[in-house]
Write a protein that binds this ligand. Structure first.
Ligand SMILES: [Zn+2]
Ligand SMILES: [Zn+2]
Length: 320
């Protein structure tokens, strides 16, 4: 006797595992897995994310060297700038202009942060600004700290890239390929650090480093610290700090978060006028990303940096 049920069969654990594995390397692998709840955490797909945290514990075995720490800090700085200056202010907000090669170069550096490709990042971020702290905002702390900090992108809904939010970016084939195979860049970075460490162990033993030590410090620790610093802007910068402007959301200005994220902590300023390349609106609001962008503009590598109009800057809670 045959079954009359029209319910689709739930895919086997093996099949769901296979799909998750393919998606680790090809984010556009659009195969139905039968996941019922788009807001449930997709545990199989996020195994690498968990593994990257666990890999940091290997620091117990690889030890410390000043050189490894310097590499970790340098990679934190250059990748944080690529995220704040380019993924955020350029790709998401068009706060300045640049050439196509520079656009791709910093998309590559941003992808080395393991925060997905520029299209995914910008599509979700534009959605955040449109729906900040409403029911539709995927990473509002109103849904809880864990969900706002990282739970949101561990879900099936968070994994998808809505191309309708980014038609201006999706027209570049090189960005679409980078977005699809975003994991290639961090894998190359990790291999490069391991090889460099091994060469230095043989050629410059006075640095007291080696392949595994550079891999753990330069890739795993630096990337995980960079990740958690970046996402404090979703979780903490909508909770802790002061509000200068009456925006339609919970965004705050927080000097500590601005320091570790190179200027992104002036988040209430940013929600007040998202199109500005500068997020520190007062002279004392340090915004290192803006200083770096100004330097690039002096070199002619970026141009048309937008700033907040004076009348909008004055339109604060203190002034009202
Ligand atoms: Zn926000
Ligand atoms: Zn923004």
């Amino acid at each position: 006797m045959t079954s009359t049920s029209i319910e689709p069969a739930k895919p086997s654990f093996f099949r769901r595992g296979l799909v998750a594995f393919v998606r680790w390397f090809d984010t556009s692998a659009n195969v139905e897995t039968g996941e019922a709840d788009p807001d449930a955490i997709d545990w199989l797909r996020v195994i690498p994310f968990i593994a990257m945290h666990l890999a940091c514990l290997a620091v117990i075995w690889v030890g410390f060297s000043w050189f490894a720490l310097w590499i970790a800090l340098s990679l934190y700085a250059i990748r944080m700038f690529a995220i704040t200056g380019f993924y955020h202010r350029y790709f998401s907000h068009k706060a300045f202009r640049t050439s196509r090669p520079m656009q791709f170069l910093f998309a590559l550096v941003g992808a080395a942060s393991v925060q997905r490709g520029p299209l995914w990042w910008a599509a979700h971020h534009r959605h955040h600004h449109r729906h900040a702290d409403t029911e539709q905002d995927m990473h509002s702390p109103r849904h809880g700290f864990f969900r706002s900090h990282m739970g949101w992108f561990l879900t099936k809904r968070g994994f998808a890239t809505n191309l309708a939010n980014i038609p201006d970016l999706a027209k570049f084939p090189e960005l679409r390929y980078l977005d699809r195979f975003d994991i290639v860049v961090p894998i190359l970075l990790a291999i490069g650090l391991y090889v460099l460490g091994n060469i230095l162990e043989a050629m410059a033993p006075q640095l007291h480093t080696n392949g595994l030590q550079l891999l753990i410090w330069g890739f795993f620790i630096s990337t995980i610290v960079l990740f958690h610093a970046t996402v404090t802007i979703n979780s903490l910068a909508h909770r802790w700090g002061t509000r200068r402007y009456k925006t339609n959301d919970d965004s705050r200005n927080n000097a500590f978060l601005a320091l570790i994220t190179f200027g992104e902590g002036w988040h209430n300023n940013h929600h007040h006028f998202p199109g500005s390349a500068s997020q520190g609106f007062k002279w004392w609001e340090l915004d290192m990303t803006y200083l770096a962008l100004k330097t690039l503009s002096l070199l002619g590598l970026v141009w048309d940096l937008k700033v907040v109009p004076p009348q909008l800057k004055r339109n604060s809670i203190e002034a009202s």
